[in-house]
Design a protein around this ligand. Structure first.
Ligand code: NDP
Length: 403
């Protein structure tokens, strides 16, 4: 029987653990560990009330490899699901190697002192996982995750080659706050304030953050401004879909969000280097996180929908010339909250984390080494999205995007 150990007790973890408990046939034993045990206990209590299932909870610092290895040995899971922060990816992978257990995450490693995310640190673990006969699955969230699988599904079923790819991420939710982020504020603000990068003719092209804006009419949401950004799946997609001429990632932001972020940036509150305040070193962005609303607290007030998908243009599989397809999921914040007690941004990440875990513990996805989600068969994942709350649609557009 498969046991899983989930690490981290934020919104994404809460959704994944609830969804695992709703599929007790696949996940008969769930263990949950995080830095603050009371957050694990709150999730376990909600899971008990909603599903009747029991979740065992523990306190752990996932950056302490010996302590984490001891906990993994004590529990004996077949999979460790990392839903803590990107900073902990490498230490959790180290503990998995140490104890001989498979690994899954939703976000690639990022060093604390530099806002720079790249797969190179985790790809460097490939040989060690391979030699140990273990599997590490990287990026089983929504983006990366579902967007990567959407692209590979199009490549398998609709397009022989992909010439251009646009990933469109719209959060049309309104939480009623002047400024708040829908997932960990520190990670979110580091991502948004980094320069934009897109893939074009075999290399990444860098442009200033938030300098490229396009209005797009999102189904279920309406017209929204979306901004060109860098996102980590561009790196893995450029590697696994090498024929792409151009790949871009777009995310919507409201004017209020941009206004607040601009001011915070201008006054230095998004800095990640230490400053001395009253004789003590503080990191302004970490201080800012402490005064912003907890993303989990926004769930009960958030209304509206997310709409995230991919538009791909390329040579049709059936030989009918160049075609363009739009594949997407629309998720309702209030429905997500009613089901798991978390809003749609956590829901759209936690459900794919559960699905990737389910495919691994059942041996449907298997391999020795470190894999990006693009390397696995998209079909069973796509089927499970439809069954577990993230249904998708695919449509043919009349031509390539005009922006
Ligand atoms: P939260 O900040 O809500 O939760 C993170 C959790 O990790 C907290 O419970 C935190 O503990 C815990 N944690 C932090 N440091 C440690 C540590 N050293 N040891 C043990 N536990 C630790 O984040 P989210 O739930 O919003 O996001 C979780 C992950 O999902 C992140 O990596 C994020 O980047 C990723 N993500 C991926 C997306 C995708 O589509 N692929 C989209 C959204 C998020 P404490 O409570 O004590 O602070």
């Amino acid at each position: 029987m498969s046991k899983v150990l989930v690490i981290g007790a934020g919104g994404v973890s809460s959704v994944a653990v609830h969804k695992m408990a709703m599929n007790a046939g696949i996940f008969p034993e769930i263990h949950l560990a995080s830095r603050t045990k009371s957050k694990c206990d709150a999730i376990a209590q909600s899971v008990k009330e909603r599903t009747g299932e029991t979740v065992a909870t523990y306190a752990i610092d996932a950056e302490d490899v010996p302590a984490l290895s001891a906990l993994i040995r004590q529990i004996g899971p077949s999979l460790v699901v990392n839903l803590a922060l990107p900073y902990q990816d490498l230490t959790i992978m180290d503990a998995c190697l140490e104890t001989g257990v498979d690994y899954l995450d939703t976000a690639n490693y990022e060093p604390k002192e530099e806002a720079k995310f790249e797969y190179k640190w985790q790809w460097a673990y490939h040989d060690r996982f391979k030699e140990a006969g273990l599997m590490a699955l990287l990026g089983s969230g929504f983006d990366p995750g579902v967007t990567s699988v959407f692209t590979m599904w199009l490549k398998k079923h609709k397009l022989k080659t992909i010439r251009t790819l646009d990933i469109l991420d719209c959060n049309g939710g309104d939480h009623g706050q002047a400024f708040a982020t829908n997932f960990n504020p520190e990670i979110n603000i580091r991502e948004v304030t980094a320069p934009a990068r897109h893939w074009e003719n075999g290399q990444f092209v860098e442009t200033p953050a938030m300098s490229n804006k396009v209005e797009f009419d999102f189904e279920g949401v309406g017209p929204k401004n979306m901004y060109l950004m860098y996102h980590e799946e561009l790196e893995s997609l450029a590697k696994f879909v090498p024929e792409m001429e151009r790949a871009r990632f777009w995310m919507t932001f409201g004017d209020e969000y941009i206004k607040h972020l601009t001011v915070l940036q201008n006054v230095g509150m998004t800095r990640i280097d230490p400053v001395i305040y009253e004789g003590k070193e503080i990191i302004p962005l970490q201080f800012l996180k402490a005064v912003l609303p907890e993303p989990a607290s926004l769930g009960s007030t958030t209304k509206g929908k997310t709409n995230i998908g991919c538009i791909a243009t390329g040579e049709a599989l059936d030989g009918s010339g160049e075609k363009t397809f739009y594949i997407k999921n629309i998720c309702d914040h209030e429905d997500a909250f009613a089901e798991t007690g978390n809003q749609a941004v956590s829901y759209t990440t936690g459900v794919p984390a559960m699905i990737g875990s389910a495919l691994m513990v059942q041996g449907i996805w298997k391999g020795d080494g470190v894999f990006n989600i693009e390397q696995l068969n998209p079909d069973p994942f796509m089927e499970m999205l439809n069954q577990h709350g993230l249904p998708w649609t695919v449509e043919e557009l009349s031509g390539p995007v005009e922006f």
